[in-house]
Ligand binder design. Sequence first.
Ligand code: CMX
Length: 479
Amino acid sequence: MGSRPHRAGVVLGGGRTGRRCRFPPPPPSALAAASGFVTGAAVSNLKDVLASMIPKEQAKIKSFRQQHGSTTIGQITVDMVYGGMRGMKGLIYETSVLDPDEGIRFRGYSIPECQKLLPKAAGGEEPLPEGLFWLLVTGEMPTQEQVTWLSREWARRAALPSHVVTMLDNFPTNLHPMSQLSAAITALNSESKFARAYAEGIHRAKYWEFIYEDAMDLIAKLPCVAAKIYRNLYREGSSIGAIDPNLDWSHNFANMLGYAEPQFIELMRLYLTIHSDHEGGNVSAHTSHLVGSALSDPYLAFAAAMNGLAGPLHGLANQEVLLWLTDLQKELGTDVSDEKLRDFIWNTLNSGRVVPGYGHAVLRKTDPRYSCQREFALKHLPQDPLFKLVAQLYKIVPNVLLEQGKAKNPWPNVDAHSGVLLQYYGLKEMNYYTVLFGVSRALGVLAQLIWSRALGFPLERPKSMSTKGLMQLVGYKSG
Ligand code: CMX
């Protein structure tokens, strides 16, 4: 693996039966931008920026560990070991931190701050995910030029190898979109520059450079893979068309999906920004961190993350929410009293199921990712019946969960709202929703993967114990 020569015959998936669309060469302006010298003062080539940052970060951590390597930072209880390691401080993740009350901060910036400060598309109001990626990687708010450089760089790297297109075209229609996504990402590892360099014996100090290249390639290709899955499953295998190097990543993605409405494109920019990262302990981030620590290349690490995201307690919850809302409407109609809603929620709980889109392992307040989607809905679709239902549930579900007294957090998370917005713009195929989450999640976990290799993090290998061993350790006496 990894020693095969780079394939020249890349294609940007055409229709299932139709003509394949060759990736057009970028125009000279895009090539100039890709050289990294489009700006006067600020450097636009992300790799150059990273190369200057990494030695300083390495030195900082070395000095910190020399002083505090043996300092204790917490206690591990028996409940934590049985309880999914909640609250256990066990890994370093640089790109974002999740506060239980305040929610996510990307390199110190809250979602409203990111919405205000990150560069926008011309005429747009929502942040560009390119800017968020730059922020996650460098810790610095990017300039408009740096973001434009990233858009063009990702457009330049977007082409898919023909074997991945063929594989996607041959999947049966009953294979879940997330399984298709994960399999396609795994198969993309034929393109891994890291795997090839490792096989050739690259020095470990250079790992990050190849992880960076793979991360950039993978992020660039993901919208093409995701759009191909969408069109094969729901648009009779029609062509995703060609990438336009003058458009941003989200705009190209929306075009490839077949959604041209400016408001939907804005929604995509917001969606792909806010789903990107949620510190390191969530299942998808932690999985990519773990698999990457074995020096599996970014394609393999990210595919593993997507298998975790496909779980209903994690990313698949956005699909589950829409299924649940659809069942609710089928049973109760559209104009429902609060009392009937309460009964429906209680029926869900009493049948041993969770209320999807509510609760969180870390958060203890309404997820700000929920709040900003609510703001978007209030602005663009205040009269939408499904939005009104979601808003009504926001007033009722927390009280029911509190009454039940089990969930530590009765408030909605990101997944309670995302599907409603997508439905409004016509993207009604709920089985597909987690794929969109997955495309966004690449930004966070791959930004961290670059840093994990740059900082030389070792193989992750926590200690496990048997119940018998743990009982002996704490001096348990039965009876
Ligand atoms: N509905 C019903 N019960 C819930 C609940 C919900 N929304 N959230 C938590 N609970 C229950 C748990 O199942 C658990 O029950 P048991 O003690 O019987 O096992 C109890 O409350 C305590 O759980 P917790 O400590 O509050 O929550 P966890 O950290 O264990 O789990 C999560 C967190 C997200 C898995 C859980 O809240 C849940 O299942 N929510 C619904 C699914 C969902 O929306 N997931 C998406 C999360 C965001 C994302 O990753 O995308």
